[in-house]
Design a protein around this ligand. Structure first.
Ligand code: DWN
Ligand code: SAH
Length: 413
């Protein structure tokens, strides 16, 4: 650990410092049928830190077509909480930004099933969604949202400029951290953006991952975990700047970055305030990441001991929500169905399949309270309020929830 790798930063090409080695990992969303177990794809899940541009990144990311295709099993609109999040955001962006333009064009990168853009459709605003995973793109299209079923890249950028013109808003939620060629992405954004346009995006926040030990945000799709410091460094290369930022509670802690052409808007003082907090925390130096790796190992130890202890006491344990994040936890901690009976989930495409790598059976959430269990691990801690309200009956008969971070613990009511 802590050795210099023969790998270079995807952003600035500097040598990387190795941080985590989580071992062989399947694709986080490759829920699988039993007959295909022998064909499962694995890769080495390792992270690294760039001491020059301060970008925390995966050493290797599997090919994008393996992850995003016609069977991508994450449907944004399955969460009521997230629907509300995107409707509120739409209202905010319209009032504070889009309303200053005549017939503005908005572009969303990775629009999924149209959870955000449906607000634009309903309000008759010009919009384009870019979504490479055709199964989710088709749901958006069925809502009459204008979708291009493609990966966002330079070629598509030229097509959009030619056919639609410049964008007054480019928006992305939980997508920019999925795109390995960050230079090509920023150069395309810079090309597409209207002089007074804004590029607004939100992603899981590195500061929260490090503070709360949420290493489950690290998986194939998340090639980066960003900070204000690293995004500021990238922006500088493209004559862009962060003009505002917002800490969010979504996905266990996210950051929303508001980016514009340098000098076009006043910069909110929050940007330098949060950057100072990041420096205080040490996000610009490798030491905190090496400590983070130790904390991941501590988590593994505690989690395995907790599950072993419950198994020794003949207690049955299940999981709630077969998240992408749970794939990292289960494979890194080597948790098989010996310790975890099944995971309940509301996504039909995942139900009656098996979890990637550890092959835990996935069952419909409709069966959750029909099947008695003593303990349930809440994998979707980011939807805690929504899930605990929906499943309030679970603890009535003495069953208990297990929370994961910063270290696994049983919730005693
Ligand atoms: O970045 C990403 C985010 C936006 O979504 C993607 N790379 C993939 C995905 O990550 P995730 O799978 O960790 O997302 P969630 O939103 O934490 O998990 C969603 C899963 O939880 C789905 O399989 C549905 C399930 N779920 C459930 O069973 N009952 C969710 C809710 C709200 C529920 O009530
Ligand atoms: N924005 C939604 C979906 C996030 S999941 C939300 O926040 O809930 C990530 C999405 O990005 C997937 O739908 C995936 O197909 C899409 N995606 C991945 N790589 C992309 C790329 N290069 N260009 C555009 N979309 C991409």
């Amino acid at each position: 650990m802590n050795s210099f790798l023969n790998y270079n930063c995807s952003c600035c090409n500097n040598n990387l410092v190795l941080i985590n080695n989580f071992g062989k990992m399947p694709l986080a969303n490759a829920f699988i049928d039993k007959k295909l177990f022998h064909k499962e794809h694995f890769f080495d899940l390792k992270t690294a830190f760039c001491e020059k541009c301060k970008l925390f990144q995966l050493v290797d990311q599997p090919k994008k077509e393996l992850m995003f295709n016609d069977k991508y099993p994450f449907y944004s609109s399955l969460s009521e909480g997230m629907k509300l999040h995107f409707t509120n955001l739409y209202k905010n962006i319209f009032k504070n930004h889009l309303s200053q333009f005549d017939d503005p064009l908005s572009l969303e990168i990775g629009c999924n099933d149209g959870i955000f853009l449906e607000n634009f459709k309903i309000n008759n605003l010009r919009h384009i969604g870019i979504e490479p995973s055709s199964n989710v793109a088709n749901i958006a299209k069925n809502k009459s949202i204008n979708v291009l079923n493609k990966f966002f890249n330079n070629e598509l950028t030229n097509y959009i400029i030619k056919n639609y013109g410049e964008a007054h808003l480019i928006y992305a939620a939980n997508v920019i951290c999925h795109i390995k060629d960050i230079n090509s992405l920023f150069s395309s954004v810079e090309k597409l953006l209207h002089k007074k346009g804004k590029f607004i995006f939100e992603d899981p926040y590195l500061g929260d991952v490090i503070k709360n030990n949420q290493f489950d945000q690290i998986y194939d799709e998340h090639v980066y975990l960003f900070s204000i410091i690293s995004i500021e460094n990238i922006c500088k290369r493209y004559n862009l700047e962060i003009v505002d930022c917002e800490k969010l509670l979504t996905h266990g802690g996210s950051m929303r970055y508001h980016i514009a052409r340098t000098g076009e808007y006043l910069v909110n003082e929050k940007v330098s305030k949060i950057k100072d907090e990041e420096i205080q925390l040490g996000l610009d130096k490798k030491d905190i990441y090496l400590k983070f790796d130790e904390n991941c190992k501590k988590f593994k130890n505690n989690f395995v001991n907790l599950l072993r202890d419950l198994s020794d006491k003949n207690q049955s344990v299940v999981g709630y929500a077969a998240t992408s994040k749970s794939t990292t936890i289960l494979n890194y901690c080597n948790i098989s169905s010996e310790y975890l009976n099944c995971i309940f989930d509301s996504t039909e495409d995942k139900q009656d399949k098996f979890s990637p790598g550890m092959h835990i059976p996935i069952r419909s959430d409709a069966d959750f309270t029909k099947i008695k269990s003593n303990y349930c691990i809440l994998f979707a801690y980011n939807h805690k309020k929504e899930i605990l309200e929906k499943e309030h009956k679970y603890s009535i008969n003495g069953s208990k929830w297990i929370e994961l971070f910063p270290l696994p613990k049983i919730i005693n009511d």
